[in-house]
Design a protein. Structure first.
Length: 131
């Protein structure tokens, strides 16, 4: 029994605490989960008249955790959703960026990205955090 509890605790500690961040100088402030979902599912690209650019990570574990936790979709459901958008011509496929590219893109105002909270930098601010 102790082994199982230890294993579950280790798994919990290994999972990322996903936060959505933007440039510290951005006019974007705390967002509701629904707004983050709408931005990442391309249902909107604006928040209070600000055009927002969501960035995707190429880290498979982080992306999968983001899909499950924030978007409430499995990664395959998310991929299927985007395949339909691309097939119907409504949206081009989004490129997933490596960590250094994410860091560079976050220098731009009103660009948002999901990261593991442990990777937070002082030049960014958290605009969404799962409670």
């Amino acid at each position: 029994m102790k082994f199982i509890v230890s294993l579950l605790l280790a798994i919990h500690l290994l999972s990322a605490q996903i936060v959505v961040v933007t440039n510290k100088n951005s006019q974007l402030n705390l967002l509701q989960k629904e707004i983050v979902q709408y931005l990442y599912l391309a249902k909107t690209d604006k928040v209070e008249s600000l055009k927002v650019k969501p960035i995707l990570s190429d880290d498979k574990n982080l992306h999968g955790e983001f899909c499950n936790t924030i978007l409430s979709k499995s990664e395959s459901e998310y991929n299927s959703y985007w395949a339909r958008l691309v097939f119907t011509g409504r949206k081009p496929i989004e490129k997933r960026l490596e960590w250094n590219e994410v860091v560079k893109k976050l220098q731009e105002l009103n660009t948002i990205a999901y990261i593991d909270k442990k990777d937070l930098r002082e030049e960014w601010k958290i605009i969404y955090e799962e409670n």
